[in-house]
Design a protein around this ligand. Structure first.
Ligand SMILES: [Zn+2]
Length: 105
């Protein structure tokens, strides 16, 4: 299961036309007006008090790719580490990884 917030987002219905993946920048696939599972949605970012019983789910098309999972891990580690130097190194790894795997042409 993908982690909410890393290439996977829930929003209120039609709140967003399109979203870009915050990991790799790809345009997310969207499924609109999905039924909200009770007790689940409250935990989701930005949906503390959903007015509706439906939500839109945006997910990165690369979410299941191995490199994308690795990128998510790097992003999490960068956020977690107290060391600026390690964060900087991991940031470079992340940039290389994305460069190698996203089609820039
Ligand atoms: Zn992505």
């Amino acid at each position: 299961m993908a982690t909410q917030g890393y290439g996977l987002f829930a929003t209120e219905p039609n709140a967003n036309e399109a979203l870009e993946c915050n990991i790799c920048g790809a345009e997310c696939l969207v499924e609109r007006n999905l039924p909200v599972p009770l007790g689940f949605i409250a935990a989701m970012a930005g949906l503390d008090k959903p007015r509706d019983k439906f939500y839109d789910e945006f997910s990165c098309p690369n979410l299941k790719e191995k490199w994308h999972k690795q990128a998510v891990k790097l992003v999490k580690e960068i956020q977690k580490t107290p060391s600026k130097r390690i964060a900087h190194l991991m940031q470079q790894d992340l940039e290389d990884l994305l460069k190698e795997n996203t089609d820039q042409s």
